[in-house]
Write a protein of this length. Structure first.
Length: 666
């Protein structure tokens, strides 16, 4: 770079900093919680997207509850929110705005209007509700098409060299690998997700690749699709723009935990070029209908940011669509009661908690299906009617094992109640399924079970009547229960026809009436006293300002201690700077926001603050700025350093509170 362009660059940077300094003070916005659909009209069976977004500052976020989807089928649900952060600097403070979004993939079922209720989330312990949205489900194929997302373009596109989206071909790949951001640190080999299949060639620059494990599968057979990011340069920010739509599939997210929330990178060489590769997501897709089904492109954006968090370089990336051919299941050998979701490998077992019971005693029958396949959509064989037994509605549970192949177990528990003694044989339960590897049908069976019921049905029936309806009967103590008969000597209660006392005269002569007369003047006096007390406490006096300042100081220092315990150095120094400026504003009776350090020092000396205290105030504020904006220069990190800064701030606050100040002169 020649001398003149270098000078011009410095002039432009100075002008930008001057504009930022002259801008009005940034203000954190109030939290907002908004829900929206990608379209308001869908066809029956069509897939659409429901997204709810929370915009907040540094508040704590927890307790997210999805809405009631009103009978819609949920195809995929997020395990956690995606998060993006924006930082505003100006007016003597830094304000951070976080955006959290939860994206659900849904499908319309029955035609008609559907009302999706509000989602809920807690922000700093306070519950927030999103807006409700309305959807109209019409005939299949008559819904509005899914909107096409537009690729974002860098505002610096077209500037040569420094702002170009393409990587520098002369850059050292090893040096680029050493400059990866902290959120993209490499994980140990044993915790890394599986790597993508090798490639013989790759496009120049950064790209995203979608890899299916197969492109031809039976209806109901699992197809695993993985999305990988390939980068050749330093990336500070990755943000998905448009998720891949999986219309016609039952979708389940099987992304490894190590790949959630951060980019786990590994090295790979493709076509002689060095790449850093990260697994973005992985889904298990089960075709729901035969034919050619398409997985739409995934669109995302990567960016590089400067020292202050502003975007310098931005690049939009997009995968190619994937076409999966779903083959219908063969008709030859298909059982008559076959369920289309029973595709995979399964085993079924049944057992009872005890084989011998008495009449009126409950028995728990457990039916468990284990294997690989779409267990969420699998139907466990129903229990046939049992003569002499009462069966209560079953309770179902699901356990899914992590891995590239969906597997686990699905359990159904029945509560059975025998009504008469005898021997009962529980016949085998059958689960027909299709094995895609063997390309043949098979049947899984349970072993038959034998149950012995003892006791007397008549005695159990009397005990059940005495114990009340709705629960298992209890054994009687001895003999038959006696009838509930009311004796003839018990006479009914009759109310008198007239009152025997004059209630009005009695109340007039009682002490309660005199107390009632005193209530209005006492209430009026209490109201006047409280009003004057509130007026005195709410006045802008020196005592009031000091009391409010002490409350603010305690709150700020408590928040700073929490940031220190959590290791958040930047947030801790923000609180220290705020508490010092707020305390000075309370003592001086005027705002100190936006003042330069020399202006602040001159104001404090003019109001009578000692030079030593002024120097300590300015030094502490400069230390906060250094720790926040240049953490690598020696300030900020470390619990001992943060504790020392907190102690210095507390000592300085006490000095400022006790220091005598002169009144401001006109």
């Amino acid at each position: 770079m020649s001398r003149m362009p270098r000078v011009a660059l410095f002039v432009l940077a100075g002008a930008a900093l001057a504009i930022v300094g002259a801008a009005p003070p940034a203000r954190a916005q109030a939290p907002s919680f908004v829900a929206e659909l990608d379209r308001n009209t869908v066809g029956a069976g069509d897939t659409f997207t429901y997204q709810v977004t929370l915009n907040a500052a540094n508040e704590s976020i927890d307790g997210f509850q999805p809405p009631a989807f009103g009978g819609l089928r949920v195809l995929s649900a997020p395990r956690g929110p995606s998060r993006s952060t924006q930082m505003q600097i100006g007016g003597g403070g830094t304000f951070i705005q976080n955006s959290y979004s939860w994206v659900f993939q849904l499908a319309g079922t029955q035609k008609g209007a559907v009302n999706i209720g509000p989602a809920r989330v807690r922000v700093d312990g306070r519950e927030m509700k999103s807006n409700t949205v309305n959807l109209r489900v019409v005939d299949a194929g008559a819904g509005a098409p899914a909107p096409r997302a537009q690729r974002s373009r860098s505002p610096f596109a077209g500037f040569p060299g420094f702002f170009d989206d393409e990587p520098d071909p002369q850059a050292d790949p090893q040096q680029q690998q050493q400059q990866q951001p902290q959120q993209q640190q490499q994980q140990p080999a044993e915790s890394e997700p599986s790597r993508p299949p090798a490639m013989s060639s790759a496009p120049a620059g950064n790209f995203i690749r979608a890899v299916p494990d197969k492109t031809r599968a039976f209806v109901g057979e699992q197809v695993t699709v993985s999305w990988y990011l390939y980068i050749t340069q330093r990336v500070d920010k990755y943000e998905p723009k448009t998720e891949a739509h999986t219309d016609g599939f039952w979708s389940d997210d099987i992304t490894p935990p190590v790949a959630r929330g951060q980019l786990s990178l590994h090295n790979e060489t493709v076509g002689g070029r060095a790449y850093q590769v990260a697994l973005l997501s992985r889904k298990a897709l089960f075709p729901l209908q035969p034919g050619k089904l398409t997985v739409t492109p995934l669109e995302a954006e990567i960016a590089q940011v400067d020292f202050f968090g502003a975007t310098l370089r931005r690049q939009g990336l997009k995968t190619e669509p994937i076409t999966i051919e779903a083959v219908p299941l063969p008709k030859a050998g298909q059982p008559a009661d076959f369920d289309a979701a029973s595709v995979g490998k399964f085993a079924i077992a049944a057992h009872v908690d005890r084989a011998t019971v008495g009449v009126g005693e409950a028995v728990t029958l457990t039916v468990e299906v284990k294997g690989q396949g779409n267990l969420r959509n699998l139907r466990v064989p129903a229990l046939p009617p049992l003569d002499g037994w009462k069966a209560y509605p079953p309770k179902s549970s699901l356990s899914v094992q992590p891995g590239e192949v969906m597997g686990g177990s699905k359990t159904v528990e029945y509560l059975l109640l025998p009504e008469r003694p005898g021997t009962t044989m529980l016949t085998s339960l059958t689960l027909p399924y299709f094995d895609p590897e063997a390309k043949a049908y098979a049947v899984a069976k349970t072993d038959p079970l034998r149950l012995e019921v003892t006791g007397d049905a008549a005695v159990a029936g009397h005990a059940g009547t005495a114990g009340g309806a709705g629960g298992p009967a209890q054994s009687p103590s001895a003999g038959a229960p006696a009838e509930n008969v009311i004796g003839a000597e018990i006479r009914p209660i009759r109310a008198p026809a007239t009152l025997k006392r004059d209630l009005g005269t009695t109340f007039y002569r009682s002490s309660g009436f005199r107390a009632l007369l005193l209530l209005p003047p006492l209430g009026f006096g209490a109201t006047v006293l409280v009003a004057r007390l509130r007026e005195r406490l709410g006045g802008n006096t020196e005592r009031t300002r000091r009391r409010r300042a002490r409350q603010l100081v305690r709150r700020r220092l408590s928040a700073a201690e929490q940031h220190r315990d959590a290791g958040r150095a930047g947030d801790l120094y923000i609180e220290i700077e705020r508490v010092l400026r707020d305390l000075l504003a309370a003592r001086l009776g005027c705002s100190v926001t936006g003042l330069r350090m020399d202006e602040l020092g001159a104001l404090l000396r003019a109001r009578g603050l000692p030079d030593e205290t002024v120097a300590r105030v300015v030094a502490e504020l400069e230390e906060c700025d250094l720790a926040r904006f240049a953490p690598g220069s020696g300030g900020g990190g470390g619990r001992e350093r943060m504790s020392a800064s907190l102690d210095r701030a507390a000592e300085l606050i006490e000095v400022i509170e006790k220091a005598p100040l002169r009144e401001e002169t006109a």
